[in-house]
Design a protein around this ligand. Structure first.
Ligand SMILES: [Zn+2]
Length: 97
């Protein structure tokens, strides 16, 4: 037996009030909250993936110093990927003899 918070009617063996249809199960309520929290985290992760990289976001920042930081980060990324590409090419050459 659970008392409805909204209308005060007691409902048995149900997650929802038999009178007004409000959610009255504490367990169900918690489950729903966990579910929406998970959904929120998924949305944030999606946003992270869809958004441009941190460096590019910094480059578009209105603050001049942040912009410079973004450019530096961006060039560092470029240099690292260039080195990575060179290493891959070098290893391939060595492996090919
Ligand atoms: Zn109710």
């Amino acid at each position: 037996m659970v008392k409805c918070k909204h209308c005060g009617v007691f409902t048995e063996n149900s997650d929802y009030c038999k009178n007004c249809g409000a959610l009255i199960s504490f367990k169900k309520e918690r489950e729903l909250r966990v579910e929406s929290f998970k959904q929120q985290q998924i949305d944030e992760a999606k946003l992270e993936l869809e958004n441009p990289s941190f460096a590019i976001r910094l480059m578009q920042h209105p603050n001049f110093l942040c912009k410079i930081g973004g450019w530096i980060l961006h060039s560092v990324f470029l240099v690292i990927s260039a080195i990575g590409a060179f290493l891959a090419w070098f290893i391939a050459m060595v492996a090919a003899g």
